[in-house]
Design a protein around this ligand. Structure first.
Ligand SMILES: Cc1cc2nc3c(=O)[nH]c(=O)nc-3n(C[C@H](O)[C@H](O)[C@H](O)COP(=O)(O)OP(=O)(O)OC[C@H]3O[C@@H](n4cnc5c(N)ncnc54)[C@H](O)[C@@H]3O)c2cc1C
Length: 380
């Protein structure tokens, strides 16, 4: 007999969402579940934002919400109400504390802090080798992401959303706490897709992030001098304290992550390709995928039929093809879409909930020839 029915490797966003989904559903009450992470998850290591209509499952831990966003391109700029959506923010530490506290109450779930060294699907079960010895599970879900699988292939373009952010406290009142700066492309692009992202918490406090959608990371000083410059020249903020810094890199790719799954091993989160390829947003899409996965497990369906590719996969691929070929086109594309289409339509499109006509409408808001050219290159 395997030691566990389900082993979840990684207690980050997707691992904790899945652990919570399985542990709180009476259908799985007789399943023995093991959650493993090398880290105790006691630091505020990231900030998650996502858009959502109305109330949502994370509302009790949402730290801030915004009802309007600001977009700036080279010429077009606008502050836009996003109702019926809200832009919501969760602090990593609040998420970890909430879900680790919750899973402690599930009698069939064990959380162990240990490093996982390998996972081997042995056909009738999967074996997880850890610093604390081996464990076997009938099914294993892994959120351990191995970036080398992306760099060792040429078939799919791979970009990254990479950024450094400063949580700043200013002496003067300079931020508008009612509006989140979603993308400010008014900064020098230097041949890339570069923008500032600002989450204001009060008139004097904000997270200011310098973000790129590009292939390679920059030296840290470059992100930081760009933030400093933006604070001084664009926001007229000279007197401030840096409270804490955040950095991250999220893969943007249409790579087929599913090829690493097997009968008893399923990759989840970024490792499973759950990051939206065209934007890097992963948090809410993970919540939606976990709901789908729970249904899939209840129906006793095989991992091979989980989460099939949709037409959105192809749309994302075209955008990445364009940005890989000429990384400076990002500003032009986003500026054109924000000028001609509503953020509500764009959010629905990025949530993959639009119908075909709405998709044509969204994409025709961008310089269409760029997408037609990318389509031609993919097809012929
Ligand atoms: C700073 C930052 C900000 C982000 N902001 C947003 C955002 O605003 N909105 C959004 O949608 N997405 C955002 N993302 C992207 C994405 O939502 C997060 O990266 C998210 O945490 C991904 O979830 P995951 O479960 O795939 O990976 P993680 O949350 O990173 O979880 C993986 C877990 O596996 C553990 N682990 C790794 N290796 C081992 C091992 N060998 N043994 C045991 N445990 C191991 C890690 O400790 C970790 O806890 C952000 C990412 C970063 C880094």
């Amino acid at each position: 007999m395997p030691d566990f029915d389900y082993i979840i490797v990684g207690a980050g966003a997707s691992g904790l969402m899945l652990a919570n989904g399985l542990g709180s559903d009476p259908h799985f009450k007789d399943k023995r579940i093991l959650l493993l992470d090398k880290d105790q998850k006691q630091t505020n290591d990231r900030t998650w934002c996502f858009w959502e209509q109305g109330e949502g499952e994370f509302d009790s831990i949402v730290h801030r919400t915004w009802d309007a966003i600001y977009f700036a391109g080279e010429k077009y700029r606008a502050q836009i109400p996003i109702k019926p959506y809200q832009y919501k923010m969760i602090r990593g530490i609040d998420f970890y504390e909430h879900y680790l506290g919750k899973i402690k109450t599930f009698p069939n779930l064990t959380f162990l802090t240990t490093e996982v060294n390998s996972i081997e699907d042995q056909g009738n079960e999967a074996k997880v080798l850890t610093n604390d010895g081996p464990f076997t599970g009938k099914k294993v879900f892994s959120s351990v992401f191995d970036g080398s699988v992306l760099t060792s292939q040429k078939r799919y373009p791979v970009l990254q959303q990479h950024f450094i952010g400063w949580f700043v406290k200013s002496e003067d009142s300079i931020f508008d706490p009612g509006t989140a700066t979603f993308m400010d492309f008014s900064i020098p692009q230097k041949g890339n897709t570069r923008f500032m992202y600002v989450l204001p918490f009060s008139e004097k406090e904000a997270l200011v992030e310098y973000t790129l959608f590009s292939e390679t990371l920059l030296p840290e000083e470059e992100y930081e001098s760009a933030i400093k410059h933006y604070l001084k020249e664009d926001l007229q903020c000279e007197d401030y304290e840096i409270v804490v810094k955040e950095k991250g890199r999220i893969p943007m790719t249409s790579y087929n992550f599913k090829q690493h799954n097997s009968k008893n091993l399923l990759h989840i989160g970024i490792a499973g390709g759950w990051a939206k390829a065209s934007t890097g947003y992963t948090f809410r899409s993970s919540a939606m995928k976990v709901q789908k996965l729970i249904k899939h497990l209840k129906a006793d369906r095989p991992f091979s039929s989980f989460d099939k590719r949709s037409r959105f996969w192809f749309y994302d691929l075209l955008l990445l093809d364009i940005l890989k070929r000429d990384n400076s086109q990002g500003r032009r594309i986003f500026e054109s879409i924000f000028k001609k289409r509503s953020p509500q339509l764009l959010f629905k499109f990025l949530d993959e909930k639009t119908n075909f006509w709405e998709e044509l409408l969204t994409m025709s808001g961008s310089p269409t020839w760029l997408f037609l050219d990318a389509l031609r290159r993919r097809l012929f």
